[in-house]
Write a protein that binds this ligand. Structure first.
Ligand SMILES: [Zn+2]
Length: 203
């Protein structure tokens, strides 16, 4: 993607990564795939400012831990509060580079999307990354047995379009989406397909 061959990418990786930190595995995660990608972009390709947006229903605590003292990496996470791993309060701000948007259980899809638009999008635009990573969990889907949120496939398509608009405004559309959690196979397949379809420019 950084060579210009593609504008964006979706990585259907297993296991997921966003709970893993440098020296500890956690919550089904062994390596923090997104953090490895961020470091690849910076150390190999020379990018300076990279942002990660985590839409998994669980807080991306591993990614936050890895980058919390690094003002050149912004990590924003919208998640359900008080479920695993029980971190991600809005007061956790790192070096000013961490944005946490915790939501209560049974938050409506409308309120979820509004919180994303009000609390994450402006911070991303302000940070102006050179590359945007998405920790794409699909467990905020209403069918998911671990999360207790209400998103449907169309909401994941909307979130994708919002993220693509940020990437277009800041970094020529460069966006790498990496699969995180999702525990209802049908929801992961359908919401994932909606997500990838948007990334491919199909409506
Ligand atoms: Zn999750």
């Amino acid at each position: 993607m950084l060579s210009g061959e593609a504008q964006n990418a979706f990585c259907a990786v297993r296991p997921p990564g966003h709970h893993a930190a440098v020296n500890n595995t956690m919550g089904f995660c062994i390596f923090n795939n997104v953090a490895v990608g961020v470091e690849q972009a910076r150390q190999v390709h020379g990018l300076k400012r990279v942002a990660v947006v985590d839409i998994d229903v669980h807080h991306g605590n591993g990614t936050q831990t890895i980058f919390r003292a690094d003002p050149n990496v912004m990590v924003a996470s919208i998640h359900q509060s008080l479920i695993f791993p029980k971190t991600g309060a809005s007061s956790e701000t790192g070096a000013g580079n961490i944005v946490n948007v915790p939501l209560g259980r049974k938050t409506s899809a409308e309120d979820f999307c509004q919180a994303f638009k009000d609390k994450i999008v402006p911070r991303l635009m302000e940070f102006a990354p050179e590359l945007l990573f998405v920790s794409a969990g699909f467990d905020a889907h209403k069918r998911d047995p671990l999360g207790d949120q209400r998103l449907v496939n169309a909401d994941f398509a909307w979130l994708t379009r919002e993220l693509m608009a940020v990437a277009k405004a800041c970094c020529g559309g460069r966006l790498v989406s990496v699969l995180e959690g999702g525990y209802d196979p049908e929801a992961v397949a359908q919401a994932g397909a909606a997500h990838v379809s948007e990334l491919m420019g199909h409506r």
